[in-house]
Design a protein around this ligand. Structure first.
Ligand code: SF4
Length: 245
């Protein structure tokens, strides 16, 4: 156990600060949190934001919901209900809701898949995945974060070059709130160790060759040794859905 995190900045007032002061405040918090274990970062976040914080989770694993459920009882856990998930992912969501002290909040797109098909044609994900992701992920996330003080994500720096510089705490200009990434320094082995230590249920797809799980039409298995995110939007130069900008 390291020394308790002692960051006295009032992040809840960040909205009222000029952008440069906001960034400076977040940088100072990052410096204080860098190198701290994830549960201490979560404890700090719980103390600052309490239930005004919402945890985004893809149900690839239950690490982040479990981490925050230990410090914020019945913490809100946001799941982007795109309408295109694998059955295994939806089952994992059910298990999470039943076994963890969390409150699942499902972010729904404005249109059902059938309504989207009627307006844009079938399989928009194959023809214009950026638009499909905007309609089914980016816009629902934005609406779900409105009114919140902070959100937490499980982004890790080791996942992809595009994530290598992810800060632990930042001001999310797009959604006008604080974003917290407690797992930035974790490896795949750290994720595995946490799951084993806490006996967490698994999304069975991970053991079947899916190290990074998104919507079914845009996720394929990867070969051993292949980039874990190579199975996302495979054959397309798209690498991110747009919710982690
Ligand atoms: Fe659509 Fe694919 Fe994005 Fe899911 S991951 S919202 S199916 S483009």
């Amino acid at each position: 156990m390291t020394a308790p995190v002692d960051v006295t900045l009032d992040l809840t007032s960040l909205r009222d600060l000029p952008a440069t002061d906001r960034d400076r405040a977040c940088d100072e918090v990052c410096a204080a949190l860098e190198g701290k274990p994830a549960h201490e970062i979560a404890t700090w976040a719980a103390g600052v934001f309490g239930r005004d914080l919402i945890v985004a989770a893809s149900m690839q694993d239950l690490v982040l919901p479990h981490l925050f459920a230990r410090v914020i009882p019945d913490v809100d856990v946001l799941f982007l209900q795109t309408g295109y998930h694998f059955e295994e992912t939806l089952q994992t969501l059910q298990v999470a809701a039943a076994e963890l002290a969390i409150t699942v909040v499902e972010a729904m797109p404005v249109q059902s898949v059938a309504e989207q098909d009627a307006q844009y044609g079938e399989k928009l994900h194959d023809r214009d995945p950026n638009l499909c992701c905007f309609l089914r992920k980016v816009d629902p996330l934005a609406r779900s974060l409105a009114g919140r003080a902070a959100w937490a994500s499980g982004v890790r720096r080791a996942e992809a070059p595009t994530r290598a510089n992810t800060p632990i705490v930042s001001w999310d200009d797009t959604h006008d709130l604080v974003k917290i990434n407690p797992l930035v320094n974790w490896s795949e082995q750290d994720v595995e160790a946490y799951q084993v230590t806490h006996g967490l249920p698994r999304n069975p797809l991970v053991a079947q060759g899916y190290p990074s799980i998104g919507c079914a039409p845009c996720t394929r298995k990867v070969a051993p040794g292949e980039d874990p995110r190579a199975g996302r939007w495979s054959g397309n130069d798209k690498t991110e859905c747009g919710i982690h900008q």
